[in-house]
Design a protein around this ligand. Structure first.
Ligand code: BES
Ligand code: ZN
Ligand code: ZN
Length: 517
């Protein structure tokens, strides 16, 4: 038996490959998503050679492929391949693209079921993926879904560990060929790395604010960067002051934990002087609202107000691990927004990095203040060709788009459509929103160069984006992702437990992998 391990990166679910024929396959259960009325005999012959009992098993009568139906069909317990789980996907009326979304959820559902049954391994026959047109893409998404479904955040459970569902140990992909095709190996690895990127972002985002504050977060970023041969520079409050980051500093003034700007750079050999892609993440480790204090309900979720920066950090780390041949910069704009005697007050005027005088009306609109300085800085330091910021920026975006779509704002049509497709491929959907120039007048300040919040709540996601656009230098292709409603999940699904989602980490990863031409 050729049972080789993939290059293993810290993850509970080890990815294995079983080559050399169906008689070499083994696992606690095979996962087979199924369309309604699909005749497997025609499309997945190898499954019948691996599990011949399917021909006569009475349980096969119940397998219909109806949406969300799960059936396990059993063979003799002594067989190395004695259970097959069929996961219904409903009617096959989908394009190849939509099929990936359905497939992802089906594998995740199957894996959760395997976990609930305390299995320790699952198997995916390669030939069962060839039914989807593009077997490599299907494998990538199957592995992605399984690794994510196997994840649960146990970091802060100490005495109640019995609440946890056991995780699986390994997933194997089975081949009839003697050797594993390199394309399949790479597809599995791409899916695994994408899932680990999202998991890392989730772990960071669910870390409580007493664990992760701007100082400890910057230290953690530095440590992760060093482990991944990524260069990392941290600007502390003194450096931020000396370099003129007045808006960023204003946000952190009320906190005992001073602000930080983390600058990550992946510049592989031969690309050191390329014009980089710059990713910028909002990293408010806790957003109490400041003097414009938020109400108590759900305030605890504001530990996740740094999800944008977690997505940036995690994606850039993976791009470095994968040695993608392009220069990528990640900026993490970190601060804690707290009320205090030193805190910035409504009505204060501060000078930002761009030298603009900014009137602060509501201290709860802190995200755009840290971002506007990072944007102004990136434009002047790197003249990036493309700059994407990610932020849990406005409740208004949540009202506009709900909890399934991120808001996408961009000054460039080609960049916007690249992001829409990267998001779709990642299973993270965005909807393009307007940078409606007519609303710029809402940002006029009677006493300063610009006001940081618009008068009135109407169009709040748009006016926030327009405020950011003010700091983007002419000629820079820029996009802003408002992920306010997507950073946190109250209703769990098989791909994501209740809590931090890591949303947008994979979009950034796919953008970095594919480039943003
Ligand atoms: N972090 C919040 C936005 C948010 C709200 C994220 C809910 C996730 C869930 C942001 O800093 C904020 O408070 N924005 C204000 C802006 C307003 C004061 C102009 C908002 O949206 O209410
Ligand atoms: Zn806020
Ligand atoms: Zn915020």
């Amino acid at each position: 038996m050729i049972a080789s391990k993939s290059k293993h990166i810290a993850n509970d679910l080890e990815i294995r490959f079983h080559a050399g024929g169906e008689d070499k396959w083994s696992a606690d259960v095979a996962l087979i998503p199924l369309w309604e009325k699909e005749v497997l005999h025609d499309t997945c012959e190898e499954l019948y050679s691996a599990a011949p009992f399917l021909e006569i098993a009475p349980g096969m009568r119940d397998v219909t492929g109806r949406k969300d139906e799960i059936n396990i069909v059993y063979g003799h317990p002594d067989l190395p391949y004695s259970r097959v789980m069929f996961i219904g996907m409903g009617k096959d009326r989908h394009t190849e693209d939509d099929a990936m979304d359905i497939l992802r959820m089906a594998y995740a559902r199957g894996l959760r079921k395997a976990r609930a049954m305390h299995f320790s391994s699952v198997h995916i026959p390669w030939s069962s993926l060839e039914r989807y047109g593009n077997a490599e893409r299907a494998l990538e998404e199957a592995v992605y879904a399984c690794v994510l479904a196997n994840y649960q955040n146990a970091r802060y459970k100490w005495t109640a560990r019995e609440d946890l569902t056991p995780c699986l140990e390994w997933l194997a992909v089975g081949f009839t060929e003697e050797y594993v095709p390199e394309a399949a190996r790479q597809a599995a690895r791409r899916g695994e790395r994408a899932a680990l990127t999202v998991i890392r972002a989730r772990k960071l985002a669910s870390a409580p604010a007493n664990v992760l504050n701007p100082v400890t977060y910057a230290e953690k970023a530095m440590k992760l960067a060093q482990e991944n041969r990524l260069s990392c520079e941290v600007l502390d409050e003194k450096a931020l002051y000396e370099q003129g980051f007045g808006a960023h500093l204003a946000v952190g003034r009320g906190s005992a934990n001073p602000p930080r700007l983390v600058i990550l750079e992946h510049a592989p050999k031969g690309h050191e002087d390329d014009t980089p892609i710059v990713f910028i993440g909002k990293g408010i480790t806790f957003d109490s609202g400041g003097i414009s204090l938020k109400p108590a309900a759900n305030m605890h979720q504001m530990k996740g107000d740094m999800t944008g920066s977690a997505a940036v950090l995690s994606a850039v780390l993976t791009l470095a691990e994968e040695e993608v041949p392009r220069r990528v910069i990640g900026l993490l704009a970190l601060a804690e927004n707290m009320p205090d005697g030193n805190a910035v007050k409504p009505g204060d005027v501060v000078q930002g990095y761009s030298r603009d005088m900014i009137e602060i009306v509501n201290t709860d609109a802190e995200g755009r203040l840290v971002l506007c300085d990072a944007i102004a800085y990136a434009c002047r330091r790197w003249h990036p060709e493309v700059m994407v910021d990610v932020a849990t920026l406005t409740g208004a975006c949540m009202v506009a788009l709900g909890d399934q779509l991120g808001g996408l704002f961009s000054n460039d049509d080609a960049l916007a459509s690249t992001i829409l497709s990267a998001g779709h491929c990642a299973g993270e959907e965005y909807w393009r929103m307007p940078l409606w120039k007519g609303y710029n007048k809402k940002l006029k300040s009677p006493i300063a160069d610009i006001c940081h919040t618009a008068f009135g709540r109407a169009g709040g996601a748009i006016t926030a984006a327009l405020f950011l656009e003010h700091f983007v230098l002419e000629g820079t292709r820029w996009a802003h992702l408002d992920i306010a409603a997507l950073d946190w999940k109250d209703t769990p699904d098989p791909l994501c437990d209740k809590g931090a989602t890591g949303f947008s980490a994979r979009t950034l990863l796919e953008l970095g992998r594919g480039g943003v031409a």
